[in-house]
Design a protein around this ligand. Structure first.
Ligand code: G3P
Length: 218
């Protein structure tokens, strides 16, 4: 399973990339706004930090302008994945960019039928938002299961399921159990994955006992 980090904060990306766990990055207009930086500048920097796909989202809503924006974003670096919303204009743009050899991430997916459309439009990634469905009292993970089943029913569809709007480590575990291809994780959730109270307690006890031996490895 690939891990992407869901942020436009380059310090966070650099720090997490050093763990060897970061296979790509996803950004969106809200995350760029949060960074307070120029979009093109921050995108270029992220693409230099990570070798894997870096999602950069268009902000137009009509096909022609989306396509022009997507082409401009794709020129920033060879690892840019253009992100388009799951609308008819977005799907049309997905097809055009994908036919031209550009990787596309179709975002704001909230139903299995939307995911099927994205795959038929040649999307490299589909981004279903699990946390936002949970927020409404719905079951975000059920959507991931449905998309996995549908994509597996049609092996010619090569779109990867990129679970987005992840809020907790439990979302990640469930995504992995279902067999999602990618998870995009907020930095704090990625960091939490290694934590366990018994790991901390166990380490503390080992170190205390080691100290009693009076030995040193180095
Ligand atoms: O990148 C899109 C997605 O991960 C957003 O998450 O927490 O704003 O629903 P959230």
């Amino acid at each position: 399973m690939k891990f992407f980090v869901d942020t436009a904060d380059t310090d966070e990306i650099r720090d997490l990339a050093a763990t060897g766990m970061v296979d790509g990055v996803t950004t969106n207009p809200s995350l760029v706004a949060k960074s307070g930086r120029d979009f093109m500048e921050v995108l270029k920097e992220i693409c230099e930090i990570v070798d894997g796909p870096v999602s950069a989202e268009v902000t137009a809503t009509d096909h022609e302008t989306m396509l022009a924006e997507g082409r401009k974003l794709a020129k920033v670096a060879s690892n840019v994945t253009v992100k388009v919303p799951l609308t008819w204009d977005g799907l049309k743009t997905c097809r055009a960019l994908s036919d031209a050899g550009t990787q596309v991430n179709v975002t704001l997916c909230f139903s299995a039928n939307q995911a099927l459309l994205a795959a038929k439009a040649g999307a490299t990634f589909i981004s279903p938002f699990v946390g936002r469905l949970d927020d409404l009292g719905l079951d975000g993970m059920e959507l991931i299961s449905e998309i996995r089943t549908i994509y597996d029913n049609y092996p010619a569809l090569s779109t990867e399921i990129l679970v987005a709007s992840i809020r907790t480590p439990i979302h990640l575990k469930q995504s992995a159990l279902i067999g999602a291809d990618v998870a995009t994780l907020p930095p704090d959730v990625l960091r939490k994955l290694a934590n366990h109270v018994l790991t901390d307690k166990g380490l503390e006890a080992f170190l205390a006992d080691w100290q009693k031996t009076g030995q040193a490895i180095l």
